[in-house]
Each structure stands twice: as C-alpha cells, then as structure tokens.
Design a protein around this ligand. Structure first.
Ligand SMILES: [Fe+2]
Length: 208
C-alpha cells in the first residue's frame, strides 16, 4: 500500500511542478484551482503520515524487528510538517495575489517540501519497507491494518480516487491487492465524487 501511496505523492509533486512552471500570472481562477488541489494533497499527506505514526510504527515496535535504521523517521515527519506548512502558506499567498513575487515564494516553499518529502520517501523505501514487508504477517501489523480499515476505510473515498488518478496499471493492481476491487469501486464511486469535482479537473486543465 505504501508503494501505491508514494507513487501518488510523487505524481502529485510532478503535477504541481508542471502547473507552477506554466502558471498564468494574474489568474486568480487558476490560483484558486491550484489551492483547492493543494488542500486535498495536504490532507492526504497528513492522513498518510498520521496512519504511520499512530498505527504502523507502533505495531512494528511491538515486534522484535531491529528499528535502529529508522529512528530518524519521526524527526523527518516533523521536518516534513514544517515544510508543508510553509508550502501551504506559499500556495495561499499565490491565491491571495497571483503575482510574479507570490509565484516565486510559492515555488520556493513547494521545492523545499518536495526535497524534504522525497528524501523521506526514499529513506522509508530503503530502510523501513524491507522491515515492514518481513513483518507484514506479524500479529501487531495485522491488527494495525485491521484497525485502519475498520476506522478509516469508509472515509477514504477521495484517497482511493487520488491513488488511481493518473496511476499506471501496476499501481492500480497494487491498490486492488490491498483493497478488494468492488470496495475500491464503491469507495471511489461514492466518496470520490468530491475529488473528481474539485481536484481532478485541475490536472486536466494543466494538460490542455
Ligand atoms: Fe512517512
């Protein structure tokens, strides 16, 4: 699941990067559209990292896994939250005044967040994922996954939609291997409506 989420995060960074590169200075409409998409992205990042902190990392800590190589991940999340707050400020500034200056500030914040976050994802993939995979079937990890599904799955319509938006077949298959296809469909159809209405058009416009 982490692989699918990380792919969606990287894809969204690429989309914002491309959109900011061709941002039409002076366009309040485009700035507002980007800010809406940004608010969604911010929410997804928050959910992803909170689930790791509240469910999966504590579950791994209950196993006999050697977690010394991932001790810095907590601090990386703190750095990520700081960078995310700055990037969000930059995007809000662009919406408030879509000027050349605001655009430059927004890009700075965005680039810094992307650097911090992509380093963090690389670190997780290098050091954490082999451990998580090795302990995937351990009792604490299975219990954590069940709790996440029970408590959060129903509200994950927009997440499921986001994970599939622009995803290749490999990531779609990865998603279906974690959540049964009919559930993916149902979540996307019902809860994904908001994402399709408010976020997905942002990237269609960018491709035009
Ligand atoms: Fe993380």
């Amino acid at each position: 699941m982490n692989t699918v989420v990380h792919a969606a995060i990287r894809r969204t960074f690429d989309r914002f990067d491309a959109a900011l590169a061709v941002f039409p200075v002076g366009s309040g409409d485009r700035a507002a559209e980007l800010k809406r998409a940004w608010d969604h992205f911010e929410h997804e990042l928050h959910v992803h990292h909170t689930l790791e902190e509240e469910y999966f990392w504590p579950a791994l800590a209950q196993t006999d896994a050697d977690l010394s190589s991932v001790a810095a991940l907590d601090e990386e999340h703190d750095a990520m939250r700081l960078a995310l707050a700055r990037a969000t400020e930059g995007m809000a500034g662009l919406q408030a005044a879509p000027t050349v200056e605001s655009l430059a500030v927004a890009r700075l914040g965005f680039d810094e967040l992307r650097r911090v976050l992509l380093d963090h994802l690389d670190h997780e993939e290098r050091d954490l994922e082999p451990i998580a995979a090795a302990y995937h079937d351990s009792k604490p990890m299975r219990a954590a996954l069940n709790r996440v599904k029970r408590r959060h799955l129903a509200s994950m319509g927009s997440t499921v939609e986001w994970l599939q938006d622009g995803a290749g077949e490999e990531d779609r298959a990865g998603l279906r291997s974690q959540i049964p296809a009919p559930v993916v469909f149902l979540l996307g159809a019902v809860g994904g409506r908001r994402y399709r209405r408010r976020v997905a058009p942002t990237w269609v416009a960018a491709a035009r």
